[in-house]
Design a protein around this ligand. Structure first.
Ligand code: ZN
Length: 307
């Protein structure tokens, strides 16, 4: 039996994209939602209780996007720093709104115990287009490295540089979606000139730990908290999630630094990437946001108890 996979509609099979193909790709992207009305307006309302700052600005043709961070008002240099990032992949909606919901509903519970630094929407151009890449067809979440090819990543690296070694816990909030398999993985294969090899999207929440510095008890405490809100992804028939061996229930490991992933942006001893599954018939958007909030709180609680 053979299956025929239709090739991605841009480019030539086997040949990586050049400028022409990238331009064709970006010409097909349309603005589907508003960063200003859905994200910036929420951040504005937090200004009465938190310090809000613009830490960079993306200048993409006619569109410019302020990059915003939210900090604890009572910032104290003797307290550990907790970093929360969302929207590194702009289409992963609960990463953005989960981070904002955490700030609104739970951040004040940690006043006087940690300094919170939250960048809720690292890639706003992609938030509006419900896409993974920036307009140069670059994935910000493979770009956390020196001389970054993505301004989204470079700006966040500059923001955290002064506290890099003082971050106790960093959680980077993501989703794994059905469109990863239907659109984004085929697009990446086409861009790289590789054949697309179909995979399987895990049904449920999972975490990505650092294979170079794993912290399994920390990861498990986060899984236990999220399980109260939404279901945890089981391993597939090969004992894997997305081709990676399941290290513990709901946990896989990547070499974060080597891959240029956002979770490697600090030297935090406790770090993880959340992967909420929003396309399950068993998961509502509210549940996805709540899962992100539960993960963040469990992560901070564990880190504070194990400093
Ligand atoms: Zn992601």
């Amino acid at each position: 039996m053979s299956t025929v996979t239709a090739f991605y509609p841009i480019g030539t099979p086997g040949i990586p994209w050049g400028e022409v193909e990238r331009a064709e790709w970006v010409s097909r992207q349309t603005r589907q939602r508003s960063y200003e009305s859905e994200v910036l307006s929420v951040i504005e309302r937090l200004r009465s209780r938190f310090d809000v700052e613009e830490f960079g600005r993306l200048d993409y043709g006619p569109d410019t996007y302020p990059l915003m961070a939210i900090r604890s008002r009572d910032w104290r240099d003797d307290l550990p720093v907790v970093l929360i990032t969302g929207g590194v992949h702009g289409y992963e909606t609960s990463g953005v709104h989960g981070a904002l919901q955490f700030v609104d509903q739970r951040a004040e519970d940690y006043a006087g115990r940690v300094n919170l630094l939250v960048a809720p929407c690292v890639s706003p151009w992609a938030y509006e287009r419900i896409h993974r890449w920036n307009p140069h067809a670059v994935d910000p979440n493979r770009s956390f490295r020196d001389d970054s090819p993505a301004e989204e990543a470079a700006a966040l690296m500059r923001l955290v540089a002064p506290v890099r070694d003082r971050v106790l816990m960093h959680m980077d909030l993501h989703e794994t979606t059905d469109t990863d398999e239907s659109e984004f993985r085929p697009a990446l294969a086409a861009l790289e000139g590789n054949p697309f090899e179909p995979g399987e999207i895990p049904d449920g929440f999972y975490l990505v730990d650092d294979s170079e510095n794993p912290h399994s008890e920390f990861q498990q405490k986060v899984i236990e908290a999220v399980e109260q809100v939404t279901h945890i992804a089981p391993a597939d028939d090969n004992g894997e999630i997305l081709g990676s061996t399941m290290a513990a229930r709901g946990v896989i490991q990547y070499p974060l630094k080597q891959l240029g992933l956002c979770a490697s942006v600090t030297n935090a001893p406790y770090r993880t990437t959340t992967e909420v599954y929003p396309d399950s018939p068993r998961a509502t958007p509210e549940q996805c946001n709540a899962a992100q909030v539960a993960a963040v709180c469990a992560g901070i609680d564990y880190a504070l108890a194990h400093q």
